[in-house]
Design a protein around this ligand. Structure first.
Ligand code: EPZ
Length: 420
């Protein structure tokens, strides 16, 4: 197992490139199952989760050429409609093949994803939406099975705004007979890109990016060619790193309207952000002041940026209150930050951070994707050496982060853990 070894305190400056968005690449790869020929997805990030999705699609019988930088996915050979436990347990986004398999082949069997570190993360809304389109849903031996001779357009309102739930039901509605109206949809930019792909495939989709999406179903979908949008969470993580390293750091690919809430909080805390075409440049030379944050669905402050921002607030002047409204257990990084000297107390979904003068390096353990990013950021400013163990969590969602940070001046390297 790899670990990162970081010597804190190095100033960061220069230019860094954002990779393609993991949370857009995954639904786009699943969406390729709907096409009646090979689709091409470019600007794919080189991530463990993307490779897992490619493995799943191959297991279903699709031909996947890639995914290094780009993937050509041909669903012609699909002859299995089941996402097995061993794949789903490593990546819950495997559930994204449910809607496309059901809509295209009339049958899908997916291992229930089970809980994960940050919360129960049920898929009841995915199933309710598919049922509204006419699917019969059954549960057996830890699997959910969906069947439908054909799907019929309907009007459906989600009880909660769910990103992959919206994506699953949207993809199924593309092959439903007639019109579907989906209400209380999630509004993330990744859903807008999925709708762009469906339009390229010949589906009429209006309203993606708002809470109401209208879909005109079709009887068959053409293949698509698309470039994955930049990863707004990686961009946000790099902006926080640049602020911590004083900068200026130019984050190429950062899209301001995908990051509005993050940028506003960075500026409120004392960073300076400059816009230029296709990039945001961050600098911060006199530290930060504490700010209060409440995570919300897009366009609010992204839950996926909560852990990273906490590392910045750990050394801000004064205190900050951080409320996590999306997941019930997304403070697992707190005890690890406390090992580095942070002063943070947690009560349910609220964390109070008392800024300290400095953090001091220590070995810490990554527990989930964004928690691992927050520990890397804290290591960049902690005095002395920080080791971040179990870095495989980070590799699920960040493409060679240590290379990007060391190119900016960070003293960080990836090493093999002795004996494991
Ligand atoms: C997506 O997960 C992202 N993953 C997550 O990113 C992100 O944290 C999350 O959206 C919220 O923005 C991908 O896009 C692959 P949700 P998803 O369904 O779709 C509840 C990362 O770090 N809910 O929007 O699984 C759920 O429990 C990952 O890249 C139901 O109750 O999240 C949660 O409280 C982590 N029933 C809330 O909705 C359902 O059927 C939002 O979850 C579905 C969700």
């Amino acid at each position: 197992m790899d670990k990162f070894v970081i010597e804190g305190g190095a100033p960061l400056r220069g230019t860094v490139q954002v990779s393609g968005a993991k949370n857009s690449a995954l639904p786009l790869m699943a969406c390729a199952l709907l096409a009646d020929g090979p689709s091409t997805i470019r600007r794919l990030p080189d991530l463990a989760d993307v490779r897992t999705m490619a493995r799943l699609l191959r297991k279903l019988g699709a031909k996947v050429n890639g995914p290094s930088g780009q993937a050509v996915i041909d669903p012609k050979g699909v002859n299995l409609f089941e996402a097995p436990y061993e794949l789903v347990k490593t990546m819950r986004a495997s559930v994204l093949v449910l809607g496309p398999l059901l809509a295209r082949f009339g049958h899908a069997k997916i291992s229930l994803p089970g809980g994960c570190a940050i919360g129960a993360r049920p898929i009841d809304q995915h199933l309710k939406g598919l049922e509204a389109l006419g699917a019969q849903i059954a549960f057996e031996h830890g699997y959910v099975e969906a069947k439908a001779k054909s799907l019929k357009g309907t009007i459906f309102t989600f009880d909660v705004q769910t990103v992959t739930g919206t994506e699953n039901v949207l993809m199924a509605a593309a092959l439903a007979k007639g019109k579907t109206t989906l209400r209380n949809c999630a509004c993330e930019p990744e859903i807008v890109q999925l709708a762009d792909a469906l339009r390229l495939m010949g589906v009429g989709v209006e309203g993606a990016g708002t809470q109401t999406i209208e879909v005109e179903g079709v009887s068959s979908l053409k293949p698509f060619l698309i470039d994955v949008i930049p990863d707004r969470i990686e961009a946000g993580t790099l902006l926080v790193a640049g602020a911590l390293g004083k900068g200026p750091v130019r984050v190429e690919g950062a899209v301001r309207e995908h990051l509005e809430a993050i940028v506003e909080k960075l500026v409120e805390a004392g960073a300076r952000i400059e816009d230029s075409p296709g990039a945001l440049t961050v600098s911060a030379d006199d530290g930060f002041k504490g700010v209060n944050i409440k995570t919300q669905e897009f366009p609010g402050f992204a839950t996926d940026m909560q852990a990273q921002f906490m590392s910045l607030l750990a050394c801000a002047r004064g205190s900050s209150v951080l409320t996590e409204t999306i997941f019930e257990n997304r403070f697992i990084h707190v005890p690890e930050l406390v090992r580095l000297g942070a002063k943070i107390s947690v009560d349910g979904r609220t964390a109070v951070i008392e800024g300290v003068k400095k953090l001091s390096g220590a070995p810490v353990m990554a527990t989930d994707l964004r928690a691992s990013a927050s520990l890397v950021l804290a290591g960049l400013i902690a005095e002395g050496k920080t080791e971040v163990l179990r870095i495989y969590h980070l590799d699920r969602g960040y493409e060679r982060l240590e290379k990007k940070l060391s190119a900016l001046g960070a003293r960080i390297e990836r090493t093999k853990m002795e004996g494991v």
